[in-house]
Design a protein around this ligand. Structure first.
Ligand SMILES: Nc1ncnc2c1ncn2[C@@H]1O[C@H](COP(=O)(O)OP(=O)(O)OP(=O)(O)O)[C@@H](O)[C@H]1O
Length: 248
């Protein structure tokens, strides 16, 4: 189980003053459960993922993995402990092939499984295995490869940051179905999907709603979805009123 206890994060704001982007978050992620983290843009979802992965170091609070405090572990140490993260905007690694990346994710992955990993995300292995993860790949292709390498791992906690971002409509549904089926069939693993996709929100076990650096609510899709819908409708009305006043 992964536990975040009273986590806050302050960063340097525009005028040099400290700005708190995560504020006193308590969260638990249990094995065999699928979670969605959602909420408005800039709310703090990616920052939470980066704190879990060790990319951002929290200003205060503790993180525990299976009871062990992992505050001081580096990104690679956390990866070895079984935390995996697929970036919202995956980095490119010039000089590294797709095959290399998958083998790093899962050392010893044989040829057949390498191919299956790529087919699962809708990429033809023959066309991609030897390609460089550099500027030659499109944003959507690199996103799918990033998801493939996370699926190839057997991490305890897998965090997908907006798997739908930059992926065409035809592929999104398939990708989501694959992520769901992989994790529904794996024992002892947890998947966390940061998403704005309504379809994902309906099929996870729990939704965590993050807004202004805090957990605004959490619960089952039946409990949380009506709140999200209401919130979105209210925001749209506010924006419309703003525009009308401006035009007058
Ligand atoms: N390294 C940083 N330095 C300064 N500000 C940051 C940094 N990282 C994030 N922020 C700010 O913190 C806030 C939360 O960002 P974050 O990327 O976590 O939001 P998000 O909920 O993932 O947004 P989105 O839905 O748009 O991806 C934003 O206002 C962002 O500009």
């Amino acid at each position: 189980m992964l536990k975040l206890e009273n986590i806050s994060l302050a960063v340097n704001g525009q005028n040099g003053a400290n700005k708190e982007i995560i504020r006193g978050i308590d969260l638990e992620f249990h094995p065999n459960r699928l979670y969605a983290i959602t909420g408005p843009n800039g709310g703090g979802k990616t920052s939470i993922a980066k704190i879990i992965m060790g990319i951002y170091k929290q200003s205060s609070g503790n993180i525990y993995l299976d009871g062990e405090n992992i505050n001081d572990l580096s990104v690679s140490e956390r990866a070895r402990k079984g935390i995996a993260y697929a970036f919202q905007q995956p980095p490119r690694f010039k000089g590294l092939t797709v095959s290399d990346l998958l083998q790093i994710a899962r050392p010893g992955l044989d040829g057949m499984n390498l191919r299956t990993s790529l087919r699962d995300v809708g990429l033809c292995p023959e066309d991609y295995l030897d390609r460089d993860i550099g500027p030659g790949l499109s944003g959507g292709e690199i996103k799918r490869i990033e998801i493939a390498q996370l699926l190839a791992r057997d991490a305890k906690i897998s965090i997908f940051d907006e798997p739908e971002a930059g992926v065409d409509l035809w592929t999104i549904q398939k990708l989501i179905a694959i992520i769901m089926s992989k994790f529904r069939n794996k024992q002892g693993e947890t998947a966390v999907i940061i998403t704005h996709n309504e379809n994902v929100l309906h099929i996870v076990d729990e939704i965590i709603l993050v807004e202004e650096g805090q957990i605004k609510d959490r619960g089952t899709p039946d409990e949380i979805w009506p709140l999200i819908r209401h919130e979105v409708e209210c925001k749209m009305k506010e924006q419309c009123r703003g525009e009308m006043v401006y035009e007058i």
